[in-house]
Design a protein. Structure first.
Length: 132
């Protein structure tokens, strides 16, 4: 009886830890910063900080596609149907460091042929990948 409980706890711990490591290996936007303009004519910049750098093959000038992982549930919220990746926009890399990449928005993708998003724009947590 005790061995079964211990086995179940170890299995749960292994599943939890494997999901943590799988999540941490994804390349994603980890921070979004913008400049503070002092006049209406100042240009607004928005920088997207990404958790990968030269060690992941990122290079200045490359284009990235940002995607949002959306969890789909039934109307009651009780049943998880699955996850989908919805393209959000395109970014251009402006600076690359060992473990961090900084990119700027090229464009947001038109929603007419793509699923809608509750929060428009690229945000922290969105996944990124090199555009093919």
């Amino acid at each position: 009886m005790q061995a079964d409980k211990l086995s179940m706890k170890l299995t749960s711990l292994i599943l939890f830890l494997s999901s943590c490591f799988a999540f941490s290996n994804e390349i994603r936007v980890v921070d979004v910063r913008r400049n503070i303009t002092l006049s209406d004519t100042d240009k607004i910049y928005k920088d997207y900080y990404i958790n990968a750098g030269t060690e992941a093959g990122m290079k200045s000038g490359q284009t990235l596609t940002a995607q949002r992982k959306i969890n789909i549930r039934d109307a009651s919220g009780a049943t998880n149907i699955g996850e989908i990746l919805v393209p959000v926009g395109e970014l251009k890399i402006i600076a690359v460091y060992e473990r961090v990449t900084v990119a700027r928005l090229i464009k947001l993708l038109d929603r007419e042929a793509l699923p809608m998003l509750e929060q428009t724009g690229i945000m922290a947590g969105d996944l990124v990948q090199l555009k093919k």
